[in-house]
Design a protein around this ligand. Sequence first.
Ligand SMILES: *[C@@H]1O[C@H](CO)[C@@H](O)[C@H](O)[C@H]1NC(C)=O
Ligand SMILES: *[C@@H]1O[C@H](CO)[C@@H](O)[C@H](O)[C@H]1NC(C)=O
Ligand SMILES: *[C@@H]1O[C@H](CO)[C@@H](O)[C@H](O)[C@H]1NC(C)=O
Ligand SMILES: *[C@@H]1O[C@H](CO)[C@@H](O)[C@H](O)[C@H]1NC(C)=O
Ligand SMILES: *[C@@H]1O[C@H](CO)[C@@H](O)[C@H](O)[C@H]1NC(C)=O
Ligand SMILES: *[C@@H]1O[C@H](CO)[C@@H](O)[C@H](O)[C@H]1NC(C)=O
Length: 446
Amino acid sequence: MEKTCSKKVFFLSLILLGIMWIIYRIVFKIPLGWNLTIYPHLWGNYLYITADLSNQCAKNLTEQNITPIKDTKHFLVSAYKDHRIDGTIRIISIYRRDDVRRLYCIIGCAQHGYLVTAADVDIHRDHFGFPYHTTDLLCKTEPKCDAANVTISNSPYTTDIPDMIFLPIRNRERNEHNFKYNFTVCISNLFGTYNNVLQFVQTIEVYKLLGIQKVVIYNTSCGPDLDKVLHYYREEGTLEIHQWPIDQFLNPSKGWNFEEHKGDLHYYGQLTTLNDCIYRNMYRSKYLLLNDIDEIIMPYKHATLELLLEDLQRQNPTVGVFLIENHIFPKTIFDDMGRFNLTQWKNVPGINILIHIYREPDRKNVFNPTKMIINPRQVVQTSVHSVLKNYGDTLRVPPNVCRIIHVRVPLQGSLTKEQLIVDTKLWEYQKDLVQNIDSVLNKSGI
Ligand SMILES: *[C@@H]1O[C@H](CO)[C@@H](O)[C@H](O)[C@H]1NC(C)=O
Ligand SMILES: *[C@@H]1O[C@H](CO)[C@@H](O)[C@H](O)[C@H]1NC(C)=O
Ligand SMILES: *[C@@H]1O[C@H](CO)[C@@H](O)[C@H](O)[C@H]1NC(C)=O
Ligand SMILES: *[C@@H]1O[C@H](CO)[C@@H](O)[C@H](O)[C@H]1NC(C)=O
Ligand SMILES: *[C@@H]1O[C@H](CO)[C@@H](O)[C@H](O)[C@H]1NC(C)=O
Ligand SMILES: *[C@@H]1O[C@H](CO)[C@@H](O)[C@H](O)[C@H]1NC(C)=O
């Protein structure tokens, strides 16, 4: 009697356990089957799965800058180890706001197979109303995982690792000294048929005299002559070009404001590439300059950026973000003397910044927008005119110490020449500048 009863209890328990196991797999959307090797554990709100997938080898490591996440509307850009937050992996991404679902990181760990963890989604605050937002996907790891590559999936129960596209994890080593470069310029995206060769070459050559070692550009497209110059500078070593074919994946906006310009993404993804540039150069460059292709961050009291930053940093040791005011030099107002109307530049496409020496004055009650010089190791997320998240302090640098020379269409178009300020700062560099510009134009075949 007792024996049959305990037998019944035993079999009932088995059946009950089986049902619970099936419900458990349905609840967590685990496909029913026996071939799986992953075992999930739910700890509080945090799903953490250690997988024994060492027999499954990822094959596809991409060098592309835009990778769609399978079965979602999101895109991966690049992955970096962030030593400031315990080596958490930060994947810079382009995220469609209305496609909300849980995402999972699949991390290739040297010697330990693959680790699957839930991704934290950190959408950047600045998106100017567009449907796609620059976003960080954060993947926690564990100490024994020496993370080498990573990808994102919408399911933690992944069995097709060999078919997935992985991103290499950069910044695996932390280096706080001995930077390869002291000053690197991150130029926002190049797009359309932009062919402003003369202004571009003049800008790069001024920057070289100011002490920059590297310029980083994200290229969607450009005009034929500028393309030649870009190739020249890449060969010469000044320029690093990242291809940015965002127009093959989205309908990027030519403007900064969704209401006015429409499209999927702010300004060809400028916010995304700026953030990528910061992480890419975090341990390579002591400082980064974040500005547009037609802007020069110019010290007015120091001969070079090195001397300027030495001074600023000594006076403000905790500052890692230096805001520099933008000042407009209208391209419609010329120097009367025509001192730099040089014949050899007459047929070069683009604006000659040396003949625009009139600067618009400050306006009452209007803040001049800023661009930045940053210590990248103090910045977490950036926007165009200020940073969004950072460690350390921010300083607004007085315009008489450093300001941006920005030759473009006037902002205060009604002012006469007499109401503008004569500013011949660039002429101080003429001796080497003209010669260097000529040499580049010649060598790049313009
Ligand atoms: C890697 O992924 C790319 C993009 O989907 C694809 O074109 C390529 O064929 C893949 N390569 C391998 C070796 O699977
Ligand atoms: C990703 O990293 C793991 C661990 O180092 C390695 O076994 C695997 O081959 C890597 N995958 C690719 C595509 O490089
Ligand atoms: C960076 O600046 C330091 C001094 O501040 C100098 O010793 C070093 O050579 C510079 N590095 C480069 C790449 O110019
Ligand atoms: C920039 O992108 C365009 C379009 O993909 C390409 O044709 C051109 O060669 C690229 N230029 C450089 C210098 O990479
Ligand atoms: C210099 O060139 C500009 C445009 O190329 C022209 O408007 C200006 O009149 C010229 N100045 C002189 C003095 O020739
Ligand atoms: C341009 O380069 C050619 C040879 O490469 C040289 O003969 C010529 O003098 C150069 N011109 C200038 C203006 O530097």
